[in-house]
Design a protein around this ligand. Sequence first.
Ligand SMILES: Nc1ncnc2c1ncn2[C@@H]1O[C@H](COP(=O)(O)OP(=O)(O)OP(=O)(O)O)[C@@H](O)[C@H]1O
Length: 229
Amino acid sequence: MLKAINITKSYDGKLALKIVTFEVAKGEIFCLLGQNGAGKTTTINIFLGFIKMDNGQAFIGDKEVGIDETSHLTAYIPETVQLYGNLSGVENLDFFSRLAGFSYSTSELETFLNKTGLQSEAHQRRLSTYSKGMRQKVGIAIALAKNAAVIFMDEPTSGLDPKATSEFTKICKELAEMGKVIFMATHDIFNAVELATTIGIMKEGSLVQQIKSSDIDAGQLNQLYLETI
Ligand SMILES: Nc1ncnc2c1ncn2[C@@H]1O[C@H](COP(=O)(O)OP(=O)(O)OP(=O)(O)O)[C@@H](O)[C@H]1O
């Protein structure tokens, strides 16, 4: 579903990605680990079309990024989901769904919010009163409403408390069971083992490890990470 073939990217002559190649199948959760500056966000931004690669090819399904229209296939959950503070959860979801070309009834919008586990009492409340975890849930609801096949996430659990992280992990697994692909940059090794089907480790612009999470436990991954980076 997601394929990167020999992608390179440099900023001001400095290589940020040095030939990155990987594949992620439908229903998989790929967690990308690596130190600050390793190239995780750059990889995500290329797939989202926010920046252009220098060389290589990126595919989402059979669509080629930068050649075909791919924005309708993707959703993006950054560390802090940007929403309108003076609109409610339902109104934000309605606004961003319409932006993506979808028009839903209030009860349909509430069904998307319910799927993410956002309490019903919060649906009509202004976003400015939401916790970070609740904002992330609205972000996921937007991805569902958009019917995105691939959801890119950049450090989505950063700053979430353990309960909110656990809820977020559960929702991600449900999304994968629905056949979505999740591609996540994270610094949370323990959450990556719990969540991912495949874990990648990036170092200085190269994807130097790809490990099936079923082949490793958290302690082993922590050790491998420290030996790798
Ligand atoms: N817009 C930019 N202009 C110049 N250099 C950039 C730009 N964006 C990223 N870089 C550089 O590219 C390299 C990869 O950065 P990137 O943000 O992809 O890393 P990362 O793994 O996501 O890091 P972090 O964990 O801190 O988010 C770094 O050396 C960074 O300084």
